[in-house]
Design a protein around this ligand. Structure first.
Ligand code: IPT
Length: 974
């Protein structure tokens, strides 16, 4: 039996206990005068919270999860399922418990001051002891816990601080988010000191009209407030006014006792520069608490943005404008530290998002690191701030379980108290995937009273009826609802709330099909305002392949361009030996674990283009400003005219200064040459000067318009030349190591697998088609080959007509798919080339990877990419590296030898070092062995990608239909 009361009470199995001895959350800035306690702490990992602390210590770095710091308790990944069978509020008896201990030297000059310990984040239960005496308990793994250590630490001397972190608890059941389970102290730990008379909270309200109101709360550690205290404030150096009325009210009101002081400051800023995500104007605000003699007892500094958020009808308005929400879901994640993200990394992440056209973040599914909100204020993002509540596995039981009532209110209110002064936070979210119950309504009630200035959203409340005004969600915020259903709702006449997907376009593997279709609908359908892509990161943890251990903090630089260094890999579910796991479902972000952007990011940049080419008319090019608040002066550009014959002409572009929503025609920058075939005009838009998130000259978007269509050219047959085929009717060509055959298969994407398509394809046997030649006919200059490909669903007839043409071979093909094959991955040719062809150059869409339903905005032009770089290293190898709309391409060696292919019409082309079977046979990128030659796919039809791993599949127009497909191409040696 332990004599430690914090252990004896077993707080890890008591949901009613959310904290003990913890100070109230507040928004007072405590960045100055702190004593950081980050670094190596003495550490031991106990098998259970009530196991005795032994005498042998190792060390652990704070902040950081112990699961990536060499302990035997490794990260594990489950999505919905809890990793243990116990029902709430219970946790398993085997319960890793980290004991962190260190000496703290409290400076002598802190004598007489109030000393506070702040633990940035600990999961999932934190117990605090100082010099062996209990100080407090906290839960709520993603918000700071503060404890008053005055009188508990020795001033001018050394004290021992012990932080005990229990991994599993009643709280784990409401932190069942789709991410890795870790344990540890994942944000910074520090001490700070204040005067006994201190600011207890500061609430800033700054509206778009320029009105500023600052509500201050004062307390004194001694109990009674001293006579004559007062507050003062200044905004950008200009003094604020005391709200006399408020003070008088205070003085006479009995509710204001001598231990809680309240004061209000005000001002009105003329010609205020309002805050929005495009122009995030911030004003510096300083609030001071004074003693009667005027000396300053406490100071809090803030950066304030003046802006309004409101819902009018079914529109969410920022400063009166109906904005579009181009959002992403963001976890606190890092491939080396698991959960701890540095300020620099957060800044780099947000800069990446800005550069790719995002303007909003949902902090899925818990309050993110506090620095993130400062950065969002500064760089300009609309934030949906989400409370740390997800009871996914036991959602229904917990939503109405009174034992968890206080935890719900505690978590939501603490988030609001911490983040209420951030202009970036525009919406509060009650959490994620926790059904809907009275506990949610209780939390929503608290928010409505405390902060009536922002709407609330909660998917679980909205989902039963998007229009129901009585539920605790002011926004219809579905997850993965189909575009069709959302458009239908917007057109139904029933819509009462803005519709903004809290999650959509699941970015697992090669995905995000139909994103541009979503945006075409959003921008043209009143009532639809955008959404948050799931999600920012692939949560791959860098792992040593040999011993399966996480690399941890020391792994800086062990990855490049999304790929782990040799001997390493990005681990996903199951890779740490967990038996119960959800595999690669954790790798579903728009960036790789090391933040390398995936191709979809480039597409998103074009979808979000602030300036666009509306059309090409005889009077010129019509440009439009698609921003909500900003003119075009911050942008500049160049025109690029790209002709099919290989020429690219460029000239500097002058952008007209358009206000948001305006359009204007500019003259065509080039005289279109008579010759040259198909012609595309691209406006290469770049930043005109430095932006906080981009240096001058950074590409912002590449809008494009076609000026002239291609004229089809019939190849001329040469009867005096011959075409060689072997005994199986396979083309013999010196540059090909495998002759062109029919392909109906691709290495299944995650969407193909989880959406159920790939299992069907395998059942049909499309991955192992058996080819049988049925007829080979030779005539002068031509060979006709009939073949049949047998599979479980019937026979696919394939015809190839090889014709000698000037300097080349023309290949005309057709394939007839029986009706049973009503949804295949592709219909096309596959062949393999000799080694040494290392460069692909093409005229078509690019340069980034594109697929039929993810090809928006990849400009048509002349592109050149090394073959090795065409491939996208999705964590679980799958179909990748395709290019859409290819008209002609070459594959060449450094000495310019190689082959050229001209296609009959723009086609999907894939050039890779891997066969589909190579990709299908492995689970991680490091197992792949590149081939020396190129594997080339030319597709008459290629199935869209969709998002069926979690959400809608691609739409009917991107499916490959049964029946006859025809395509042709010419092959020539360079
Ligand atoms: C939804 C979750 O909110 C999110 O955390 C993530 O799991 C996402 O899906 C898929 O990756 S919940 C899902 C079961 C609809």
């Amino acid at each position: 039996m332990t004599d430690d009361p914090l252990i004896a009470l077993r707080p890890w199995e008591a949901p009613e206990v959310t904290s003990w001895g913890r100070l109230p959350m507040n928004a007072v800035d405590r960045r100055s005068g702190v004593l950081p306690l980050d670094g190596d702490w003495r550490f031991q990992l106990l098998p259970a919270p009530d196991a005795p602390v032994g005498g042998s210590w190792s060390s652990a770095y704070v902040p950081g999860a112990w699961t990536v710091q060499g302990t035997d308790d490794l990260p594990r990944y489950t999505n919905v399922r809890m990793p243990f069978p116990e029902y709430p509020p219970h946790s398993p008896a085997a319960n890793p418990t980290g004991v962190y201990e260190r000496e703290v030297d409290v400076p002598a000059e802190w004598a007489g001051r109030r000393i506070v310990l702040q633990v940035g984040a600990a999961e999932s239960v934190l117990l605090v002891h100082v010099d062996g005496r209990p100080v407090g308990v906290s839960k709520d793994s993603h918000l700071a816990a503060e404890f008053d250590l005055t009188g508990r630490v020795r001033v001018g001397a050394r004290s021992v601080v012990r932080l005990t972190v229990i991994k599993w608890s009643d709280a784990s059941h409401i932190e069942d988010q789709d991410q890795w389970w870790h344990g540890g102290i994942t944000r910074s730990v520090l001490l700070y000191a204040t005067d006994p008379l201190h600011l207890a909270d500061v609430t800033v309200r700054a509206s778009g009209s320029g009105k500023l109101r600052v509500d201050c709360r004062a307390r004194d550690a001694g109990g009674a407030l001293p006579e004559g205290w007062y507050v003062s404030g200044e905004l950008e150096g200009q003094p604020l006014t005391q709200d006399e009325e408020f003070d008088r009210f205070n003085a006479e009101d009995e509710r204001v006792s001598d231990f809680l002081g309240e004061a209000r400051l005000r001002t009105v800023v003329e010609d205020v520069r309002t805050w929005n995500a495009e122009t995030p104007e911030l004003y510096s605000l300083t609030v001071r608490l004074h003693r009667a003699d005027g000396t300053v007892a406490d100071t809090s500094r803030h950066r304030t943005g003046f802006r309004d958020v409101e819902i009018t009808g079914r529109d969410l308005l920022v400063n009166g404008e109906r904005i579009f929400v181009r959002g992403v879901n963001r976890h606190d994640f890092h491939p080396l530290t698991g959960r701890t993200v540095s300020y620099d990394d957060m800044r780099a992440d947000l800069i990446t998002l800005k550069r790719f056209g995002f303007n909003a973040i949902r902090t899925s599914h818990y309050p993110n690191d506090p620095a993130l909100y400062d950065l969002a204020d500064e760089l300009g993002f609309y934030v949906v701030d989400e409370a740390d509540i997800e009871s996914h596995d036991h959602a229904h039981e917990i939503a109405d379980d009174p034992r968890y009532l206080h935890a719900f209110v505690d978590r939501v209110s603490r988030m609001v108290l911490r983040d209420k002064n951030h202009p970036s936070v525009v919406i509060w979210s009650l959490g994620n995937e926790s059904d809907y119950g009275a506990n949610h309504d209780a939390a929503a009630g608290w928010v409505r009273r405390h902060d009536p200035t922002r709407p609330i959203q909660y998917e679980g409340a909205a989902k039963l009826d998007w229009a129901d005004p009585s539920v605790a969600s002011d926004i219809a915020c579905p997850m993965y609802a189909s575009l069709e259903e959302c458009v239908a709702h917007a057109l139904s006449g029933r819509q009462t709330k803005p519709l903004i997907w809290c999650e959509y376009s699941h970015a697992m593997g090669n995905s995000n099909g139909t994103l541009a279709d979503h945006w075409a609908a959003i921008e043209s359908t009143p009532g639809l305002q955008g959404g948050f892509i799931w999600e920012f990161w692939d949560h791959g943890i860098l792992q040593h392949v040999n011993d399966g251990r996480p690399v941890g903090r020391g792994g800086v630089g062990l990855h490049d361009n999304g790929v782990a260094a040799p001997g390493h890999r990005w681990a996903y579910g199951g890779d740490f030996g967990e038996l119960l796991h959800d595999g690669a479902f954790i790798a579903d972000g728009v960036v790789f674990p090391d933040r390398t952007p995936k191709p979809v990011m480039f597409e998103h940049r074009e979808i979000a283009a602030p300036v666009r080419i509306e059309c090409f008319r005889h009077e010129g090019i019509v440009l439009g400003n698609h921003q909500h608040f900003r003119g075009l002066a911050w942008l500049t550009g160049d025109w690029e005219l790209s002709l099919a014959d290989g020429r690219t002409l460029t000239s500097p572009a002058e952008l007209p200064d358009l206000r948001p929503g305006e359009t204007a025609a500019v003259p065509l920058p080039f005289e279109l040459p008579e010759e040259g075939g198909e012609a595309w005009l691209t406006l290469r838009v770049t930043t005109a000067g430095d932006e906080p998130w981009a240096t001058r000259g950074t590409v912002v978007c590449l809008p494009q318009v076609r000026l002239r269509e291609a004229v089809p050219q019939a190849p001329v047959m040469l009867k005096n030349r011959s075409v060689e085929v072997d005994g199986d009717g396979l083309l013999v060509h010196p540059l090909l190591t495998c002759a062109p055959t029919l392909s109906l298969w691709r290495a299944p994407t995650d969407n193909d697998e989880l959406g159920g398509m790939a299992p069907r394809w395998r059942d049909w046997g499309l991955d192992a088609l058996v080819r049988k030649v049925t007829d080979v006919r030779q005539s002068p200059g031509q060979v006709t080959v009939h073949a049949e490909y047998a599979c479980e669903a019937g026979v696919v007839r394939h015809l190839q007509v090889f014709t000698a043409v000037e300097g080349a071979i023309h290949v005309a093909e057709s394939a007839e798919l029986p009706d049973e094959l009503d949804d295949v991955a592709r219909v096309g040719s596959v062949f393999e080339t000799v080694a040494g062809l290392d460069l692909m150059e093409w005229y078509g869409q690019g340069p980034w990877e594109s697929y039929p339903d993810r090809a928006f905005g990849a400009p048509v032009g002349h592109h050149s990419v090394p073959v090795d770089e065409l491939f996208t290293p999705y964590l679980r190898p799958q179909e990748s590296g395709g290019r859409h709309g290819v008209r002609h391409f070459t594959l060449s060696a450094p000495d310019a030898t190689g082959l050229a292919v001209v296609l009959d019409e723009p086609r999907q082309v894939g050039v890779s070092r891997y066969r589909a079977a190579d990709l299908t046979g492995v689970t991680h990128h490091d197992e792949l062995v590149p081939r020396a030659g190129c594997v080339v796919h030319i597709d008459a039809a290629h199935r869209g990608l969709g998002t069926a791993s979690c959400g809608p599949d691609t739409t009917a127009s991107y499916l490959v239909a049964p029946g006859v497909h025809r395509w042709s191409w010419t092959l020539r040696a360079l």
